[in-house]
Design a protein around this ligand. Structure first.
Ligand code: FES
Length: 110
């Protein structure tokens, strides 16, 4: 089930925004030359919210221990250990919706 999370015009290409969808913290990312994506908004390392993460337009960096992810895919860059879970996104009439129902956040083994 899709949950309304924000208006489309509150996120910009090259930017990120943290929103709540149901009981999930979600980070919306709009990579440069890409599309709006939604990933888990907590770090797989320690469950730290990623609200203060740095985003250079492609790479998201956790502010705590600097793990990094490609926000086009959620794949881990460094370390390679743990990707970010990706949620389905749809945009209708200028509103962003995220479906968290069948996706759970991923966590690192260590
Ligand atoms: S808490 Fe995010 S890298 Fe350690």
């Amino acid at each position: 089930m899709f949950t309304r999370v924000c208006k489309e015009d509150t996120i910009f290409e090259g930017g990120i925004r943290v929103v709540i969808a149901g009981s999930h913290i979600v980070i919306l990312a709009w990579p440069e030359n890409g599309a709006i994506k939604a990933f888990q908004g907590v770090c797989p390392h320690t469950n730290q919210p990623l609200a203060e993460a740095d985003f250079d337009g492609t790479v998201l960096t956790c502010p705590v221990h600097a793990w990094t992810w490609d926000m086009n895919t959620g794949e881990a860059i460094h370390p390679k250990e743990s990707a970010l879970a990706e949620y389905p996104v749809k945009i209708e009439d200028g509103v962003v919706y995220v479906d968290t129902e069948s996706v759970s956040p991923l966590f690192a083994a260590r």
